[in-house]
Design a protein around this ligand. Structure first.
Ligand code: EPZ
Length: 419
């Protein structure tokens, strides 16, 4: 199994480029199922979750053509097999994103229930309830959700009891082909939802309010092909900003959207970092002095992203004082804490809160990645730890970061992939 071998201590300096957003490219690929015409997506990151989604689309019956420069063209002319099987769903929960498009386009879908995962239970009950509102008849057998709407979906009011990102995306994709008007209330406001709405609009959908908590959709009879560029990955960009901050370097994070990173930028400034925006797609991070402990509570966008919590926690091991890191989105997202303890961090986890006392002199150790963002936090800790850190199970990090070790090495990190 592949590992990262990291020798800590080097401040990161130079330019580090940001890839397209994994969590935008995933729903965008699922949206390609909504039309029989070809849809071209650009800036699709080459990460494992994207490959899994492409395999899922092929399993369903779409033709997927990918080129080296991040361009992917999908043509879903006929959908012979409208189902997401267990072996794909269990490796990537975002597979449930095909539920909405499949019912909307073919009147039926069969999607395996995801089961538990490292960061929490992650059910899809809200996706299912939303589809029922749109008129789908849902049954559950043999671990699969089956949805049927032989007469097509009809627009309705869908109110989410809690904010769900892929739930909002799933229902949005179903609603664009439903007859009449759909109102999605308490919708997720994440930039990835807006990006999906932009793609769907290019495909001929009629959507208002994406990016707010009320999305209004007027259903259309059919969608057509389109050409769309995926937004930059704000979580990758945020991870790099934290890498610059933790190593005390001077890093330019290029090709990003600073306006998507407001909550993190504010926290980094409170912690004593200097953040500048030399141009509209670049952020510069420097740390002139010591880091200060700062508290963080994860929230839905535009709040502090849960997907940056693990990385921020690693940063706070270097902050002076006590910081309280509170996780409100997922119930079990502190798996990285016990690995960071092995590197000498001082962290106590109490329920949904991690209390971090710093600064700690981290020392390199063998650690195990448990999920995507937890593995990123271990890499960050390895960049400042004394001696060698060996991060095992880096396939987790490959799910969502494009060649992270190459990007970090180019700005001065001593990191390499070993078998
Ligand atoms: C998306 O997951 C992201 N994935 C996650 O990124 C991210 O952590 C998460 O949103 C929160 O921002 C993609 O976009 C592909 P949710 P999603 O539905 O949509 C509960 C990463 O590291 N819930 O917004 O699955 C759920 O259990 C990944 O890149 C229900 O109860 O998350 C959670 O507590 C990990 N029932 C909360 O809502 C449902 O039907 C928010 O989850 C759906 C969700």
């Amino acid at each position: 199994m592949e590992k990262f071998l990291i020798k800590g201590g080097a401040p990161l300096e130079g330019e580090i480029p940001v890839s397209g957003a994994k969590n935008s490219a995933l729903p965008a690929l699922a949206a390609c199922l909504l039309t029989d015409e070809a849809v071209t997506l650009r800036r699709v990151p080459r990460v494992r979750d994207i490959r899994t989604m492409e395999r899922l689309l092929e399993h369903i019956g779409a033709a997927v053509e990918r080129s080296d420069n991040g361009r992917v063209t999908v043509q879903a002319a006929a959908l012979a097999n409208p189902e997401a099987p267990y072996d794909l769903v269990k490796t990537m929960r975002a597979s449930s994103l095909v539920l909405g498009p499949l019912v909307a386009r073919t009147g039926r879908a069969r999607v395996s229930l995801p089961g538990g995962c490292a960061i929490g239970a992650r059910p899809i009950n809200l996706h299912v309830a939303g589809l029922e509102q749109l008129g789908a008849v849902i049954s559950q057998t043999h671990g699969y959700i089956e949805a049927r709407a032989p007469q097509g979906l009809r627009g309705a009011r869908v109110h989410f009891d809690r904010i769900t990102v892929t739930g909002t995306e799933d229902i949005l994709m179903a609603a664009v082909l439903a007859s009449g008007e759909t109102l999605i209330e308490n919708a997720a406001r994440e930039p990835e939802v807006v990006d999906l709405a932009d793609l769907l609009t290019r495909m001929g959908a009629r959507i208002e309010g994406a990016g707010s908590s009320l999305i209004r959709v007027q259903g259309v009879e059919r969608l057509h092909g389109a050409d769309h560029t995926i937004i930059p990955d704000r979580i990758e960009a945020g991870t790099f900003l934290i890498a610059g901050a933790i190593t005390g370097g001077d890093l330019l994070v290029t090709g990003c959207r600073p306006d998507h990173l407001g909550a993190l930028i504010q926290k980094l400034r409170q912690a004593g970092c200097e953040l500048a925006e030399p141009d509209a797609s670049t952020l510069r991070v420097r740390r002139p002095g010591h880091l200060k402990a700062t508290d963080v509570t994860t929230e839905e966008y535009p709040g502090f992203a849960t997907d940056l919590q693990a990385q921020y926690l690693a940063l706070m091991t270097q902050g002076e004082g006590i910081s309280f890191i509170t996780e409100t989105i997922f119930e079990n997202r502190f798996m990285h804490a016990s690995e960071l303890l092995r590197m000498g961090a001082n962290i106590r986890v109490e329920g949904r809160q991690a209390i971090v006392a710093g600064p700690s002199r981290l020392s390199g150790a063998g650690v195990i990645a448990s999920d995507l963002r937890a593995s990123a936090s271990l890499v960050l800790a390895g960049l400042v730890a004394r001696g060698e850190t060996l991060v095992d199970r880096v396939y987790h990090i490959d799910r969502g970061y494009e060649r992270i070790e190459e990007k970090l090495a180019r700005v001065g990190a001593d990191i390499r992939r070993v078998d």
